[in-house]
Write a protein that binds this ligand. Structure first.
Ligand code: 4AZ
Length: 437
């Protein structure tokens, strides 16, 4: 007992008889004890609450601190070939798969399995005819105050692995190097792959659509005349976008245009001015044919988990009839309706040109450079302000490809009047001829 902490000690007692005093003293002591216990209990509870709060703050603030490292090492059994200079060559992809699997396996089997996030090959250079691999590794940890210790643990784990079992891959451990990387440069490299996204939400949700989420459609851009959203556009590299030619009917002057990235039109933190606009030479308004243009940004964007590029399909690829695709944009929610601030997504189905050319649908005006998507019963469709934006389709490996560019349609979501898109495969070679992509 700690009487000094007990309440009532400073309250003046009323005078009493000696028996009363004898009987009461015991009772008083009990009351004092109970009160004292309560105080002690509240103090213990306060200490526990403070410690818990401190731990929560510590974990929220520091647990998820990302750390990025650049590593490189020389292989001893992979001969250098200039195919490794092309990040999408089969040779480069195979190498990436081999190395990333090795790094994943290394850390998943280690004490850092919960801190390891991912890795990506960023370059393959050469030394004495053999491939030198350069990779970026990402970790999340609460080691903020002890980054040096964290570094040592990663370096030791990797070095030990490279010295021992590396499967079919032969590595020269003495060539191993490791250095720190800053977040923007590292995230730019980790997010360079086309058609990937961090978040994987399904579902329908433009006219008849739903609100999108941050990072869900990272290739979507807003093409703005001055600061006002006018059309959608799709990121196909860090400095090129593809959009519709008819978006530039009012002005073809690059100085009048800006491009914004981000879920909310009112809060687009990444913006770029436009260096050049290339409109298809055979586009002649009011005809809808060849409704395609490419836009060159004044400076490249850095890729992040919310800004990424879509993959372009090969010219020979056919998106199957009735397969699912998603159209996204900040266009009106119905014909002549209101425009949303948050990006909208709409799940639609690809409709073959023969069906789309039926008398009751578009009666023969759909050309091979166009692609229809939506529903013959109406429901979900692109609308005013979605023009120029993407219609994307996911392949069996989870990679998203650009199937169409929002082009035209008879109003929005009307029965027998699906959305009409510029068919990207038809213009694949034109895109390459203008951008080199
Ligand atoms: C437009 O005016 C527009 N329902 C875009 C798409 C469609 C209709 C109009 C397709 O930008």
């Amino acid at each position: 007992m700690a009487p000094a902490l007990c309440p009532g000690r400073n309250v003046s007692p009323q005078p009493q008889s000696s028996e009363q005093l004898a009987g009461r003293t015991e009772a008083n002591t009990k009351i004092k004890l109970t009160r004292c216990g309560k105080i002690i209990l509240s103090i213990i509870m306060m200490v526990i609450a403070t410690v818990t709060l401190g731990l929560i703050v510590y974990f929220v603030a520091f647990r998820n601190t990302p750390f990025y490292y650049h590593i490189s090492f020389k292989t001893c059994n992979i001969d250098y070939d200039n195919k490794f200079e092309k990040p999408y060559s089969q040779e480069y992809m195979d190498l990436n798969y081999k190395i990333v699997s090795l790094i994943n396996e290394t850390f998943h089997e280690s004490k850092l399995r919960r801190q390891y996030v991912n890795s990506h090959i960023v370059q393959a250079s050469q030394a004495k005819g053999k491939v030198v691999v350069h990779a970026v590794l990402k970790f999340k940890s609460c080691f903020k105050n002890n980054a040096a210790k964290f570094w040592d643990r990663i370096e030791t784990i990797l070095y030990q692995k490279l010295q021992s079992k590396t499967g079919t891959l032969c590595v020269d451990p003495s060539s191993f190097k490791m250095s720190d990387m800053e977040m923007p440069a590292a995230e730019n490299l980790l997010n360079t792959c086309c058609g990937q996204r961090t978040i994987t939400r399904s579902g329908n949700k433009i006219a008849g659509g739903k609100d999108a989420e941050e990072g869900e459609w990272p290739w979507q851009a807003s093409l703005q005349q001055g600061k006002v959203h006018h059309c959608g556009a799709t990121l196909i590299s860090n400095s090129w976008l593809v959009t519709a030619a008819h978006c530039f009917l009012r002005s073809k002057d690059p100085k009048e245009w800006n491009v914004g990235f981000g879920l909310l039109l009112s809060d687009q933190k990444t913006k770029r001015s436009v260096k050049n606009i290339i409109i298809h030479e055979n586009y002649h308004y009011p005809a809808h044919e060849h409704d395609i243009a490419v836009v060159h940004l004044s400076s490249p964007v850095l890729y992040t988990s919310s800004i990424r590029r879509v993959c372009l399909p090969e010219a020979t690829y056919r998106f199957p009839h009735n397969s699912e695709a998603v159209v996204t944009g900040w266009g009106t929610l119905k014909s002549d309706g209101e425009s949303p601030n948050i990006l909208q997504k709409g799940l639609v189905k690809i409709i073959d040109n023969k069906t789309c050319n039926n008398q009751e649908v578009y009666g023969g005006v759909i050309t091979p450079g166009m692609l229809c998507a939506g529903y013959l019963e109406g429901k979900v469709d692109a609308c005013q302000g979605d023009s120029g934006g993407p219609l994307v389709s996911m392949d069996s490996k989870g990679t998203w490809f650009l199937a169409g560019i929002v082009s035209w349609g008879d109003e929005c979501a009307l029965p027998n009047k699906p959305g009409v898109y510029t068919r990207v495969t038809h213009y694949r070679d034109w895109i390459y001829s203008k951008t080199g992509l």
